[in-house]
Design a protein around this ligand. Structure first.
Ligand SMILES: [Zn+2]
Ligand SMILES: [Zn+2]
Length: 520
């Protein structure tokens, strides 16, 4: 029996929350409880020895209250700021006991926990769990869970302190991969694009409605509007709806924990509510008639509001997303998680043996597992909810690799080419999926032997830029009509305004009616 195992109650695919049970030897630690209902957790009583809450977003915390009601003696821990922000996800402050930053605390004999700031949201924590079995001279096991994580600093949160954790070499790294392999422009650039668009509207006397997530992105946005050169000093009202105002008030309560430059800003002018210093920031009265507001103005509202405000016709509505935009023109990205290169940088710096990927769309996460630089070096797991991930730890990495038995097959040479048939057993190997991902293989001689390699989506993308794809796909293949061969395919996205896929992330084997062949 291996000492480490992860049971996944929720893995944060699409809208589902995160809830993972990590078993270390005899101990069970629940990592987050973002479940809408607790049914999967009820089988054991109590379901864990204790709970760690990474941060106050509801996809990580919304089940804590019900969990506490069902198991009042089950201790829940988080950072001090998280405990203060939890009421915004419906969790009373006093449910969460607080942990100091960067200080290992021995919770149970042989099991300690230390938390590190994770970026993303004030108070967000990554956890390092260390378990040392009681046997003399036994090796310690290390598990690192990032929660939601962002390396770059944003306006109100410092970034994840990668330097401090470089070379940690945990046995298991549970990491979020929200943005898959996508590469984002620098955060400052994202902000400038959005600020320019708002500025243009205001310059044309057009009011702007901004829709953003009420805790985190909305406050980032307000700070941007308060400090960006396009807006400072401008005679302009910024109205804030009630859900976001609650978030702003919570930020004011945690002001002593915010970055030094923010505290400094707050010494000279209020962080949010300000009737004097321009642009002014004000609470939108309930049931306010929007057309009666002096225009142009800016209104920031909760993206997830059950009854969204309906702006007057001539207003510009922009959605600010913390995930990549799906609708061109009216949707802007203010990233709150690592992009693809950030995630891989984090992983390479920590150097785990096992890599468990959670949080994001399964397709985006699969893009990450497809990266050669990752699957060559780490044992990757992409679990669905409700699975048990066994995490056997070798003394060294190499010992875990047992040589595979060969498969016997048959050759059939025809005039048109060669067909190789291999036994079905191949399909049951977890690696088959990756090899067969695109349905294309590359064969190359290695001395007297012929080696087969699956062509991955990444390879295809590379090939598209390198023009060699044509060599791989038969002239009559239907794939010749796919995105890979379309003149509008650029960097994994569709660039054809006539296509329903316009600006969306597409795979190379995608199809649409607006296909136009790329010039040879
Ligand atoms: Zn979050
Ligand atoms: Zn999350």
């Amino acid at each position: 029996v291996s000492e480490l195992e992860c049971i996944t109650y929720g893995v944060g695919h699409a809208d589902e929350g995160v809830c993972l049970l990590m078993r270390l030897g005899p101990y069970r630690v629940l990592l987050d409880c973002g479940l809408g209902h607790l049914a999967p957790l009820q089988s054991a009583s109590p379901p864990a020895d204790f709970v760690l809450c990474s941060h106050a977003h509801s996809d990580h915390a919304q089940g804590l209250r019900a969990l506490h009601d069902a198991f009042p003696h089950l201790p829940i821990y988080g950072s001090e700021v998280t405990s203060q922000l939890l009421p915004l996800s419906g969790v009373p402050t006093d449910l969460c006991r607080t942990l100091p930053w960067r200080t290992p605390v021995e919770f149970l004999e042989g099991l300690s926990v230390a938390c590190y700031p994770a970026g993303h949201l004030p108070g967000a924590a990554a956890f390092l769990l260390t378990y040392t079995p009681p046997t003399r001279g036994a090796k310690s096991y290390k598990v690192f869970y990032t929660g939601d994580c962002f390396l770059s600093p944003s306006r109100l949160v410092e970034g994840f302190p990668l330097e401090e954790l470089r070379g940690l070499c945990p046995d298991v790294l549970i990491v979020e991969g929200s943005y898959g392999t996508a590469r984002h422009p620098h955060r400052r650039q994202q902000e400038n694009q959005l600020a320019e668009r708002i500025h243009r509207a205001i310059a044309q006397n057009q009011s702007v409605l901004l829709r953003a997530k009420a805790l985190g992105p909305a406050q980032e946005l307000l700070m941007l509007l308060r400090s960006h050169h396009r807006f400072t000093g401008r005679n302009l009202d910024i109205w804030v709806d009630r859900a976001i105002a609650i978030g702003c008030d919570a930020y004011l309560d945690i002001l002593p924990f915010l970055p030094a430059n923010v505290r400094n800003f707050a010494r000279h002018q209020p962080l949010f509510w300000d009737e004097k210093v321009r642009p002014r920031v004000r609470r939108l009265p309930d049931a306010q008639d929007l057309s009666a507001l002096p225009s142009p103005c800016i209104l920031v509202t909760d993206r997830a509001a059950p009854t969204p405000l309906d702006p007057p016709n001539h207003w510009l509505t922009l959605t600010v997303q913390d995930s990549p935009p799906t609708q061109a023109g009216t949707t802007y990205l203010l990233a709150q998680h690592c992009d693809g290169p950030g995630t891989t940088q984090l992983i390479h710096n920590l150097r785990p043996q096992h890599l468990v990927l959670v949080h994001g769309s399964p397709a985006d996460l699969a893009d990450l597992t497809g990266l050669e630089e990752l699957h060559n070096r780490y044992q990757i797991h992409l679990p669905a909810a409700g699975s048990v991930v066994d995490l056997p730890v070798g003394d060294t990495f190499l010992q875990t690799a047992v040589p595979d038995a060969p498969y016997a097959g048959e050759l059939l040479a025809l005039e048109s080419g060669v067909t190789i048939s291999l036994p079905e057993a191949l399909l049951t190997d977890p690696r088959w999926q990756r090899l067969a991902d695109t349905g294309l293989v590359e064969a190359r001689w290695q001395g007297e032997e012929l080696v087969l390699r699956g062509v991955s989506q990444q390879d295809l993308r590379r090939q598209v830029s390198g023009d060699r794809l044509v060599d791989w796909v038969d002239a009559n293949s239907p794939l010749r009509q796919s995105c890979a061969f379309c003149r509008h395919y650029r960097r994994q996205r569709c660039g054809n305004p006539d296509s329903p896929l316009f600006e969306l992330k597409v795979t190379t084997d995608g199809f649409c009616l607006a296909f136009e062949p790329a010039p040879d």
